[in-house]
Each structure stands twice: as C-alpha cells, then as structure tokens.
Ligand binder design. Structure first.
Ligand code: PGA
Length: 245
C-alpha cells in the first residue's frame, strides 16, 4: 500500500479531488465506488468546486455507494442516499440512472443484495473505489467479526458505529438503524484501484493495524493489504499519532 500524509484534511481532500476529477476526465464512463461519512465531505466539496471550475462532465460516470441503512430511503434525512444527494449528486450532472445504491427499504433484502451485486457486475465492476475507515477498522459496514461476508449483505452495526452515526440523526442514537446493506469484502477488493482516506487521531490505531498488522477479520481494513493497488491518504494529526510506535 502506498501511504501519503497531508498537512491538513483540506490538503488531503484537494489532492484526492484532483485525482478523482482527472480520472473522470481520462475515462468519461468511469465506474466510481463512493463512501459517506464525515471524512469525505471535504472531498465532495472539492469535486463540486473542480467540476464548476473545469466544466467536468459527469454524464457518463456511473457510481456505486458502499452502503445504506436498512429501513431508510432517499426521502429520509438520515439516509446515505440523502447525504450523497446533498453533498455531491445534486451539484454535478451525473445521470440519476447511473447512480447505484442499495435500497434499504427493499421488501426482500437478500434479493436486493443480489440485485446490487448484479448491477455492479453489469457495469463491469468498479474502476476507482474511495473508502473511509471506522475507528474499529471497518470498511463499508464490514464490522470486525470472526468471519466476514464476501458479497453485499445485511450487516448488524457495532454500537460504536451507531454512536458515530448520530450526526445524521440529529444526535439521537435511538434513531440510528441497527442494520445496513453493505458491499462485502470481495465486492470491495474487486475494485481495480482503491483509495482509503482517514483523518484525525481517533483513527490512528485502526490505520496502524491496517498498515502493519496481520490480515485479520478482526480488522476488516487489513484485507486491503491483499489488493495490488491501494493508496492510503492520511492527515498529519493521524500520522503523528501513529509515528511513535
Ligand atoms: P467517518 O466514517 O468519515 O464519519 O469517520 C468513516 C467510516 O466509518 O467508514
């Protein structure tokens, strides 16, 4: 894994935004895998800014998001789909038919997971997948466990993860769903290129274990060591917190 450190999260977002926009320009029909969360907000701001300044055309781009809460749809303020509309999709000319999302309100969730996998396969897989990481080492909603699921599945969220998501539910933990649909480890590892972004010292232990520990289901991000093309982008506060070890 290539690992780079940036002085601030804004500097990180500027470099990653440039990387994504250049990739879209090079390959107008690129298939992007996209994350939600606090960390990518600055990235999406960069993408919107660069798109305006440089007239970037998103009409051929396909996107697949990593995950969505069970029971929520884009009409729900706390859904990840609503997050993506607010932070990216409403501001670029991506074709709504090219936006891939697992449907958290599907009546048959197992069938919905299969549908999502088929949709990704039909798009011939993900060219560039941007990931965050949880303080517990999760990627997507693949939480630490004795065994991990390979494909898109219904995941039970760790309490730590639910607590980290109260931001999208007006600070009310009771409203944070207990389950989510998420790409599985094989879905993620099948992406042709992966960039993982992480900021802030709270993620230092997870990032250190991801970079230097063994590959273990107890730290799902460690599986990225098995992938040939992963770039890890950190901010200085996070990197400083792992340096002494
Ligand atoms: P965060 O989430 O950006 O809100 O910290 C990242 C993640 O859990 O993958």
């Amino acid at each position: 894994m290539i690992c780079e450190t940036f002085p601030t999260e804004d500097a990180l977002a500027a470099t990653l935004g440039r990387l994504v926009v250049d990739a879209v320009r090079r390959q107008p029909s690129i298939v992007l895998g996209l994350p939600t969360g606090r960390t990518p907000i600055a990235l999406y701001g960069e993408l919107i800014g660069l798109t305006r300044e440089e007239s970037i055309d998103w009409s051929g781009v396909r996107t697949f998001n990593l995950d969505e809460f069970v029971g929520l749809s884009r009409a729900d303020h706390g859904s990840y789909r609503a997050f993506m509309d607010t932070h990216l999709f409403d501001h670029v000319n991506v074709d709504p038919r090219h936006i891939g999302f697992p449907d958290g309100r599907a009546p048959d969730l197992a069938a919905e997971c299969d549908r999502y996998e088929r949709e990704i396969a039909r798009a011939r897989g993900i060219d560039l997948l941007v990931l965050g990481i949880g303080a517990n080492g999760h990627i997507g909603f693949n939480e630490p466990a004795d065994a991990l699921a390979a494909r898109t599945h219904v995941a039970r969220l760790d309490e730590e993860t639910r607590a980290g998501n109260t931001l999208w539910f007006d600070g009310d933990l009771r409203r944070v769903p207990h389950e989510a649909l998420t790409m599985g480890m094989a879905t993620i590892l099948a992406a042709r290129a992966i960039v993982l972004m992480a900021t802030g010292e709270a993620k230092a232990d997870a990032v250190r274990a991801m970079l230097d520990g063994g590959v273990t289901t107890r730290l799902p991000a460690s599986f990225l060591q098995l992938h040939p093309q992963v770039r890890v982008m950190l901010d200085e506060p996070l990197a400083a917190a792992i340096r002494p070890l």
